[in-house]
Design a protein around this ligand. Structure first.
Ligand code: PLP
Length: 345
């Protein structure tokens, strides 16, 4: 689906559609409003992308965050298919040659699950535009309230509507955003595959969207308070939250996000054993997968998203045993902190 033509069409069509048929009107209106409010940033974004382009032409480096380098690395592994284009990017201070297949896309998450790293999309979008690739961004962790990647060079944005958009842990759904040619491709596939939510799911989503803004504002604030509190505890080895000044992407997050989000991760001293004990003792916060809803939930990536990796592989990716992903809800934050405190003791 990633073709140069798509990027050219991007310039001409600023028409947005949402993929799930019964849900089109509502989300269309919702995101058009958000898009309109972003127009003032466009010329700034263009200046930045020109600066990145200039830097690359002059031979200086553009640093690619590790999470992206990994995606690029994965692409390089698929040798021998398609028309390869060559790019030179700097990764961890050494130059690597990255060959990209223009028929493919670069798919990133930002913020990244579960590390909560935040990507600067500008250098990546420069590479994808140069190579005629589509840049696809899963921005579920941020919700559109905190981050709108289409404003920063993404071609297609994906949200699991199961999470913040619905916000009540009772719907499975998704949203795809982009220009008309991309969405038409998605729509055609949906017609063939028969993917559309049932009317009750649409009703639930519509209900959830009405409170998205206030829910996310509360979740941002609750998460910040919890992250700061955990950061001062001896039982917690590390807190991953973009709102903390020592987070590696704090500056990126400050620049590009409108809120630091309701997602954070903590690493407990004592590893897996401590995590098991902590989860057993929680009373208010639930031990459950999923995220982004009104209830706070904690999950252990070693048994969910990262269960296919060994303990060493997970640790190398920054997800050691004892790492817990926390999705902060809208409860009273003092109650949440009290629950965490009694579970840590
Ligand atoms: C960033 C991100 N995107 C997508 C998903 C999957 O969402 P769904 O189950 O609604 O397809 C998850 C699940 O945790 C996620 O963390």
């Amino acid at each position: 689906m990633a073709k140069k033509q798509h990027h050219e069409e991007h310039e001409n069509h600023e028409r947005w559609l949402v993929s799930y048929a019964d849900f089109i009107t509502l989300l269309f209106a919702f995101f058009v409003v958000m898009f309109a409010s972003s127009q003032t940033d466009k010329s700034k974004a263009r200046q930045v992308s020109e600066a990145v382009e200039k830097a690359l032409k002059e031979g200086s480096s553009v640093s690619i965050p590790p999470a992206v380098a990994k995606v690029l690395g994965g692409t390089v592994d698929d040798k021998g298919q398609g028309n390869w284009e060559r790019f030179v990017v700097e990764r961890s201070s050494k130059l690597v040659e990255v060959r990209l297949d223009p028929d493919r896309k670069i798919f990133v998450e930002s913020p990244v699950n579960p590390s909560c790293r935040v990507l600067d999309l500008r250098p990546i979008s420069y590479l994808t535009k140069e190579g005629g690739l589509a840049l696809v961004v899963d921005s579920t962790f941020a919700s559109p309230v905190n981050f709108r990647p289409l404003e920063h060079g993404a071609d297609v944005v994906i949200h699991s509507a199961t999470k913040y958009l619905n916000g009540h842990h009772d719907v499975l759904s998704g949203v795809v955003l982009g220009t008309a040619p991309y969405i038409e491709e998605v729509r055609q596939k949906m017609v063939v595959w028969g993917q559309s939510p049932d009317p009750f799911a649409c009703w639930l989503l519509e209900r959830g969207l009405k409170t998205l803004d206030v829910r996310v504002a509360r979740q941002n604030e609750n998460a910040r308070r919890i992250a700061e509190w955990c950061n001062a505890r001896k039982e917690v080895r590390h807190v991953h939250y973009p709102g903390l000044e020592d987070h590696p992407d704090h500056e990126v997050a400050r620049t590009f996000l409108d809120g630091f989000g309701g997602m954070l991760a903590i690493e407990l001293v004592g590893g897996g054993r401590s995590a098991e004990r902590f989860l057993r003792r929680l009373r208010l916060i639930k031990h459950a997968p999923s995220l982004g809803g009104v209830d706070s939930v904690v999950s252990e990536p070693r048994f969910t998203s990262h269960s296919h990796l060994s303990s060493e592989e997970r640790a190398a990716l920054g997800v050691p045993d004892g790492f817990l992903r926390v999705s902060v809800g809208i409860e009273n934050v003092d109650d949440l902190i009290a629950d965490i405190e009694q579970a840590l003791k």
